[in-house]
Write a protein that binds this ligand. Structure first.
Ligand code: ADP
Ligand code: TRP
Length: 321
């Protein structure tokens, strides 16, 4: 089975990315053919500073490797290093209805957050469909926000297969409902672009600053609190097992709990949780050429698979003459 997913290098990776996508991807490397890539072409829809994009791309790859992604057990590359992604995108554009893209929640959402829409942003789901179909992926682990993009990819594959006969595997999203939407500091979905994220690798001072700024309700110390509608609880639970979650829940339901105490504990817990990865990341940060070599080798490996699909597609649509 082929499992595939990508992540945008549009900013530092955060714990929503980690629990929503990266952690499950890394687990898949032991039980499937794993395709994992950094989608720098997608990031072009919002990032307009070349130096920033280049730096974030290398950082995202470094983070993934530090967190345990093993390039010898997976395909790990940067999207822009494999030109077949854009070639297939153009072909798929011709099988994508305008209405399908006009209904995209993510496009509408980005506009509502004051991003000026460009055609790349509008066409974003088509590039994503190409990413998936190029590798004939079966399963795509993502957070809930990507569900509609997966449906669009299936629709495009279906439209193509309907015209030309079976060509593409229809991919399925794999969404862990429990981790589907991790809240940010302000209770909205944690996102690189909303300024509400706790990054995976922060200095301790910055981690403290962010955790202490998690928005909580105005209930006083002696009031009972509501764990199910509390961002602090929603973030804390990710780092502890069920038994510890039950204990924390009891503390919420007993008068006397101070949010600031819980926040101080959480700082320590997050710091410890990522400690082993932090050390590995330090080593990789000091050897950027090694990371680049891994990515270049990964792109070659990915191109071998992508090239097979493109041969089939070129034959099918008549580009081979
Ligand atoms: P961002 O919204 O921060 O830009 P991306 O869109 O690059 O993040 O998302 C990368 C992956 O991480 C996707 O699979 C996405 O669904 C997942 N993800 C991002 N934010 C969250 C979140 N708050 N909760 C759960 N999963 C998330
Ligand atoms: N759109 C995804 C996101 O923002 C990133 C992405 C691009 C992706 N191509 C993909 C995810 C292919 C899964 C499969 O999170």
């Amino acid at each position: 089975m082929r499992v595939l997913s990508g992540i945008q290098p549009s900013g530092s990776l955060h714990i929503g990315n980690f629990f929503g996508m990266m952690n499950s991807m890394i687990k898949w490397q032991n039980k499937s053919d794993l395709f994992c890539f950094i989608v720098n072409l997608h990031a072009l829809t919002t990032v307009t500073d070349g130096a920033v994009l280049a730096r974030n791309t290398l950082e995202a790859a470094t983070d993934f490797l530090a967190l345990g992604l093993d390039p010898s057990r997976s395909y790990f590359w940067v999207q822009g290093d494999v030109p077949e992604h854009t070639e297939l995108t153009w072909i798929l554009h011709n099988h994508t209805s305008m209405g399908l893209l006009e209904r995209s929640h993510s496009y509408k959402d980005k506009i509502s957050h004051n991003l000026t829409p460009n055609h790349g942003l509008f066409a974003y789901p088509v590039l994503m469909a190409a990413d998936i179909l190029l590798y004939q992926a079966n399963l795509v682990p993502v957070g809930k926000d990507q569900k509609q993009h997966l449906e669009i990819a299936r629709d495009i594959a279906g439209a193509f297969n309907y015209i030309y006969g079976p060509t593409f595997v229809l991919p399925e999203a794999s969404i862990d409902e429990d981790l589907a939407t991790i809240p940010g500091l302000d209770g909205q979905k944690m996102s690189k672009s909303y300024g509400n994220a706790i990054d995976i690798f922060l200095s301790k001072d910055e981690l403290k600053r962010r955790v202490m700024s998690i928005v909580t309700d105005a209930r006083g110390v002696n009031e009972i609190k509501d764990p199910d509608n509390c961002n602090l609880f929603g973030i804390y639970r990710l780092f502890i097992d069920q038994e510890a979650q039950d204990k924390l829940r009891d503390r919420y339901l007993t008068p006397g709990l101070k949010y600031s105490d819980v926040k101080k504990e959480l700082v320590e817990i997050i710091w410890e949780y990522f400690a082993p990865y932090r050390e590995k990341r330090e080593r990789l940060v000091n050897r950027p050429d090694d990371v680049k070599d891994i990515l270049k080798a990964g792109a070659l490996k990915a191109r071998a698979v992508a090239g097979q699909t493109m041969e089939l597609v070129r034959d099918t649509v008549g580009l081979n003459y």
